[in-house]
Write a protein that binds this ligand. Sequence first.
Ligand code: GLP
Length: 244
Amino acid sequence: MNIITVTDYQAMSDWACQHLIKRINELEQPVLGLATGSTPEGMYSSLINAYQNKQISFENVISFNLDEYVGLPSDDHNSYNYFMHDKLFNHIDIKGKNAHLPNGIASSPDQECQDYEKLITQTNGIDLQILGIGLNGHIGFNEPGTPFSSRTHVVELDDLTREANARFFASKDDVPTHAITMGIATIMESKEIILLISGENKAEALKQLIESDVTEDFPASILQKHPNLTIVADEAAAHSLVTK
Ligand SMILES: N[C@@H]1[C@@H](O)[C@H](O)[C@@H](COP(=O)(O)O)O[C@@H]1O
């Protein structure tokens, strides 16, 4: 595991943007795993700038998002489909057919999970997966207790997660109770993982990710076993490591 500490959120976003550009330029048909949440938003803005300055094209990029809420259609402003179009896809030259998210309103969510997983496999897996982390150590929407062997599946969201994400909704009650998420095994098969982490409130999660035993009670702890993981942390998130 490689840990990079940068000064602040902007520096984290810029680092991730430059790394993505490098990989996209190196690979013939880059397959990216993308994340939602506040953490990668700055990276997406930086990527849009880079695209506008002609430093990068997404013409050959294929992307798979980690997760989607069950029950939210793509035009719902809180769906991850809407988020990705609003924050990135609408502003770059990625082909619509190449930008994949689970369908939150599929008539059979379980079938949707199987189809999504199959599509990732058929595309030869993910070259570079961007990850954030939840306060309880969730990656994607793999909540504590999720088996490490899990593939794309439907999850019931933790109370803590619904509370954390309520800031985007009118109230906590409006946060969907279920989501579709890539599984932990799906994520771990990515050839490379970049985990972004920013802010004092994530410091404990970072410490646990790095120092705890590898346990399904803290899903992100499995990342200790990934052969090509880079954690990019800002000083606020990394402070408890530095002062250790
Ligand atoms: N499903 C997403 C995760 O993919 C994300 O990493 C995490 C942290 O979000 P944020 O970056 O907003 O703190 O929570 C969400 O619930």
